[in-house]
Design a protein around this ligand. Structure first.
Ligand SMILES: Cc1cc2nc3c(=O)[nH]c(=O)nc-3n(C[C@H](O)[C@H](O)[C@H](O)COP(=O)(O)OP(=O)(O)OC[C@H]3O[C@@H](n4cnc5c(N)ncnc54)[C@H](O)[C@@H]3O)c2cc1C
Length: 330
C-alpha cells in the first residue's frame, strides 16, 4: 500500500486549494481526480467574481490552479496529481481505495464537489448528447442557426442562455417559477439579447427520433400544455453534491451535505471536507477558500499528531502553530 501524509479526493478549486496549503507545509500530498482536473470550474463560462483574475474563461483559471499545484517549486508547490476515481474510504484506518491502488493516509480531505442535477422527465436519458446538454459551453458551436430551449432560473442558467444565443437563431428560457433566481442585471441582459423568458413553465417530456425534435411544456398556472419544435435542450436546474463515497462511513451529514465545523473538520478525526460537498455558498472563490481552510486545518492536525508522539517537525521549530504546540506541552 502506498503511503501519503494527505490524500485529497477531487481536483476542483476546493481540492486544489487544499493541496497548495498542505504541500507548502511540507506534507506529502496526493490529489486524486476521477474526471478532469479543475472540476466544475473548467466548465464555468466567464468568471467575473474571482479576485485577481480578470473576467475570463473558467478553464483558464483552473489551468493556473492545476499548474500551481503540480509544478515543482518555484513555479508551484509540487503536489502529486493522479487521474484515479476513488471507490471507497475506510474512515477508521484512513485508507483510500481507487480502481488502481490503495493509499494509506494520515489525513484525508474530501472535495468531491457536485454534478449537474437531472430534470427527471421522460426522454432526458435517451437524448443526452443527442440534443440535450447540462451546460452550453461544451456544445454551443453546434447551436448555429438552431432553436434552443434552456431550462432553469439561476445565474448559471442565464449564462447558458447567453452562450447559446451567441450562436443560436432563437433561445427560449423556461422557468417553473414567476421570477428568476438570477441577478436582476442578468435578467436584463437576457431581455436585451432577445432571449424569450417563459415563466411558470415546466418541461414535461422531451421527444424525438435519433435527435431531439420537440419538448412538451406546460404552464403551471393555466395548465395549458403545448408541444414545441426545438433542436436542443440545455438543462440547468442546479447541482447535486457527490456524497456517494461517504455513505455508511460514519461521516455525519447535514441534509444532503457533509457536516463540518468552521475549520472544515468532519466528525471523524483526520477527515476534512470542503467546497460544494459541504453546506454553504456555491462559487469558485468560496470553494477555494474552504479548500485553503481544510488544507491548513489538516496541516495543523498532522503537526499536532507528531507533537503528541514526541516527534519534532519543521513547523514547530519555526514557531508555526506555536500556541497549539505550547498547549500540548503544558
Ligand atoms: C456551468 C457552471 C458555471 C459556473 N460558473 C461559475 C462562475 O462564473 N463563477 C463562480 O464563482 N462559480 C461558478 N460555478 C460554480 C463553481 O464552478 C463551483 O462552485 C466550484 O467549482 C465548486 O468547487 P468544488 O471544488 O467544491 O467542486 P467541483 O468543481 O465540483 O470539483 C469536484 C471534483 O471532484 C471530482 N470527484 C468527484 N467524485 C470523485 C471521486 N470519487 N474520485 C475522484 N474524484 C472525484 C470531480 O470529478 C470534480 O472534478 C459554475 C458552475 C457550473 C456548473
Amino acid at each position: 500500500m502506498e503511503k501519503e501524509d494527505v490524500v485529497i479526493v477531487g481536483a476542483g478549486p476546493a481540492g486544489l486549494s487544499a493541496a497548495i496549503f498542505t504541500q507548502l507545509d511540507g506534507w506529502s500530498t496526493l490529489v486524486l481526480e476521477a474526471n478532469w482536473v479543475g472540476g466544475q470550474g473548467t466548465i464555468a463560462y466567464t468568471v467575473n467574481s474571482y479576485p485577481g483574475f480578470p473576467p475570463g474563461d473558467g478553464a483558464v483559471l483552473m489551468n493556473y490552479m492545476e499548474k500551481q499545484v503540480s509544478s515543482p517549486p518555484p513555479d508551484g508547490v509540487g503536489a502529486e496529481l493522479k487521474r484515479e476515481s476513488v471507490l471507497s474510504i475506510d474512515t477508521k484506518n484512513l485508507v483510500v481505495t481507487t480502481e488502481a491502488h490503495q493509499y494509506q493516509a494520515k489525513a484525508i480531505i474530501l472535495a468531491t464537489g457536485s454534478t449537474m442535477q437531472k430534470l427527471g422527465v421522460p426522454g432526458e436519458d435517451k437524448f443526452v448528447g443527442k440534443g440535450i446538454s447540462y451546460y452550453a459551453k461544451r456544445d454551443y458551436k453546434q447551436f448555429a442557426g438552431k432553436k434552443v430551449l434552456v431550462v432553469g432560473g439561476g445565474n448559471s442558467t442565464a449564462k447558458s442562455a447567453l452562450v447559446a444565443k451567441s450562436k443560436a437563431n432563437e433561445v427560449i428560457l423556461v422557468h417553473r417559477r414567476e421570477s428568476l433566481k438570477a441577478y436582476p442585471a442578468m435578467t436584463k441582459r437576457l431581455q436585451k439579447e432577445g432571449i424569450d423568458i417563459w415563466y411558470n413553465t415546466e418541461v414535461r417530456e422531451i421527444r424525438g427520433n435519433s435527435q431531439v425534435k420537440t419538448a412538451v411544456v406546460i404552464n403551471n398556472e393555466t395548465a395549458e400544455q403545448k408541444e414545441l419544435a426545438i433542436d436542443w435542450v440545455i438543462i440547468c436546474v442546479g447541482t447535486e453534491p457527490n456524497t456517494k463515497l461517504v455513505q455508511e462511513t460514519g461521516i455525519e451529514m447535514e441534509g444532503r451535505f457533509i457536516k463540518v465545523d468552521s475549520q472544515m473538520r468532519t466528525n471523524i478525526e483526520g477527515i476534512f471536507a470542503c467546497g460544494e460537498i459541504t453546506p454553504g455558498h456555491r462559487h469558485l472563490i468560496t470553494a477555494a477558500a474552504e479548500g485553503a481552510s481544510a488544507g491548513m486545518a489538516a496541516s495543523e492536525y498532522l503537526a499536532l499528531q507528531m507533537v503528541k508522539k514526541g516527534e519534532m517537525f519543521e513547523g514547530a521549530k519555526n514557531g508555526k502553530y506555536a500556541s497549539e504546540y505550547l498547549a500540548m506541552l503544558s
